[in-house]
Design a protein around this ligand. Structure first.
Ligand SMILES: Nc1ncnc2c1ncn2[C@@H]1O[C@H](COP(=O)(O)OP(=O)(O)OP(=O)(O)O)[C@@H](O)[C@H]1O
Ligand SMILES: [Mg+2]
Length: 287
């Protein structure tokens, strides 16, 4: 069956309409659908991915990881963006990482021992990407690493590199849930659609959509009509909308916690609640 048919079917079952206005009404149906589909079972692996680079995947991994941990879920972020490590900077741990994935892949330490605790949230842990962009890794190695640590965590979040290539697909589709990230930029939307179609073509329907960096300016530029248009184009059920937020940029750049007043924090908090199966309305303030 062609990907579009899968997408339309999924939409019919779960379509959660939103508007492009300031307040985005969100059907509770979405959150319960996540639970119904068994994504709320023990130790979930969530892969965060996008077709285009710079959509905010790493920031989103960090934001969701942070809020899941604050909500009481023991969470591990595994950074699979080889050579482009940034999660240590985001959490203020630059220069403090003793082991990374390269030590695990070369057998120097076990994955359990390579994990580092994040100082700003007691339930949050990271396994950082190797600094070497050319280090070889197989899908089976990643599966083995996830298997070896999953019993210690409620959630494992996998931060991937951007791009449509077999390697990313093979790894990402092992996850219990794929979060496809886009921004309102039409090029980004197209790439997200192509990525999602490929997952559907491979039979993977456990996808949810995050629209990041949403601002009145982006919507007002008439590049896209509204958020509905983005959701319809990509054909994946929405799990969250994250506003463009300069406070997030500053906090992640300085390695500090996201301020409680930051609009992105409220969005991350709501997404994490939905992932935990708590019905949470989608109300986003777009500046
Ligand atoms: N909601 C947001 N509002 C404003 N800026 C954001 C937001 N989300 C991410 N950014 C910024 O966008 C840039 C790219 O973010 P990030 O590194 O998280 O993207 P990425 O998808 O992981 O990139 P890559 O594809 O290179 O791995 C960063 O400067 C980040 O601070
Ligand atoms: Mg990244």
């Amino acid at each position: 069956m062609c990907p579009a048919v899968h997408r339309i079917r999924d939409m019919q079952m779960n379509h959660a309409p939103v508007t492009g206005g300031m307040q985005l009404p969100y059907r509770e149906k979405t959150a319960s659908a996540v639970t119904e589909r068994g994504l709320n079972d023990m130790s979930k692996t969530i892969a965060v991915t996008s077709g285009k680079g710079g959509t905010g995947k790493s920031s989103i991994c960090a934001g969701i990881g942070y809020t899941l941990a604050k909500q009481g879920s023991r969470t591990l972020i595994i950074e699979l963006d080889f050579g482009l490590r940034c999660i240590d900077i985001i959490f203020g741990m630059s220069g403090q990482i003793k082991h990374d994935l390269s030590d695990v892949l070369t057998g120097k330490v076990s994955a359990v021992d390579a994990v580092a605790r994040v100082p700003m949230a007691s339930n949050l842990f990271v396994l950082c990407a190797p600094k070497n962009p050319f280090l070889k890794v197989t899908v089976q190695q990643i599966i083995d690493i996830c298997q070896s640590v999953r019993k210690y965590y409620d959630y494992i979040i996998i931060d991937t590199g951007a791009g449509i290539n077999n390697h990313v697909f093979d790894i990402v589709e092992q996850a219990n849930l794929i979060l496809v990230v886009t921004t309102p930029d039409p090029i980004c939307v197209r790439d997200a659609q192509m990525m999602s179609d490929e997952f559907y073509a491979r039979g993977n329907r456990r996808q949810r959509l995050i629209i990041n960096k949403v601002s009145k300016k982006a919507l007002g530029a008439e590049l896209v009509r509204d958020l509905d248009e983005i959701i319809d184009t990509i054909g994946v059920q929405l799990i969250g909308v994250i506003p463009e937020d300069y406070q997030l940029v500053i906090a992640t750049g300085k390695g500090e916690p996201i301020p409680s007043t930051a609009p992105s924090l409220a969005a991350f908090d709501a997404i994490s609640k939905r992932l935990r199966g708590e019905p949470t309305p989608l109300t986003v303030k777009i500046g």
